[in-house]
Design a protein around this ligand. Structure first.
Ligand code: 6GU
Length: 225
């Protein structure tokens, strides 16, 4: 999978994909993340990419020309399966959306800033809008990093048995069960006996029961879905 990200602040995306599982995904050649500085397509020598909004009001809007020129140029290279605009204006991203995106080959992500991008770019180029929750971030970059991580780890071959996504929270609309490691007795606080007995069937039943209980207590809305 190749993910290209257009941003006015590429510095914000320097490190999120260079560690841990995202790093390994890239080293294995399963994922390529490329950050593109929108200023490369700025309209003048002042490196301008945003301007006041028509009709008045506080906040700048990202101009259509730099974005259109960037997208046109990138589209000469390859065809994108999705052109995603990061915005709080839609219902939140979730595991189901991550699963669906993890099947795509080429994704372009556009990061906007507070007042957003010219509406004509949304209409003409954007095929999907993604929000990561009902709060406003100062730009789309951190949200883009969240989305790339969530989908990158689902690409077949990225995770191994130890890190398998099969048992993640949400993968079956249930929260993950509690987990424990050594020592079996930590300052008098003991690991549930069933996990120490080595009966895989009993462990599996216990985990499922814990998942159900945890979901009922914390996220009953998931059980209604
Ligand atoms: Cl994707 N962008 C911005 N700017 N704010 C957000 C968001 C995205 N998701 C939640 N808040």
């Amino acid at each position: 999978m190749q993910i290209d990200i257009i941003t006015a602040v590429p510095e914000l995306l320097e490190s999120p994909f260079n560690h841990s599982i995202m790093k390994r995904a890239q080293e294995k050649g399963l994922l390529t993340v490329r950050t593109l500085n929108l200023r490369k397509w700025a309209i003048n020598k002042h490196m301008q990419i945003d301007d006041y909004q028509f009709g008045g009001g506080a906040g700048m809007v990202m101009m259509p020309e730099p974005l259109a020129n960037a997208i046109d140029e990138l589209q000469q290279e390859k065809k994108y399966d999705e052109i995603i605009f990061m915005t709080p204006d839609v219902v939140s991203f979730n595991q189901r959306a991550a699963n669906a995106l993890s099947m795509k080959e080429n994704i372009l992500i556009i990061c906007g800033h507070y007042k957003g991008i010219d509406e004509r770019i949304r209409q003409k180029y954007v095929t999907k809008e993604i929000s990561i929750g009902d709060y406003v971030l100062s730009g789309g970059e951190l949200a883009a990093a969240v989305v790339v991580d969530a989908i990158g780890r689902l690409i077949p071959g990225v995770l191994n048995d130890e890190t398998s996504a099969l048992f993640d929270s949400f993968q079956d609309n249930l929260l993950a069960p509690p987990v424990y490691t050594r020592p079996a007795d930590f300052r008098g606080d003991k690991v549930p006996e069933i996990l120490l007995q080595g009966d895989p069937k009993k462990v599996e039943e216990w985990r499922h029961e814990q998942s159900m209980q945890r979901t009922r207590e914390r996220r009953p809305d998931l059980l209604d879905e």
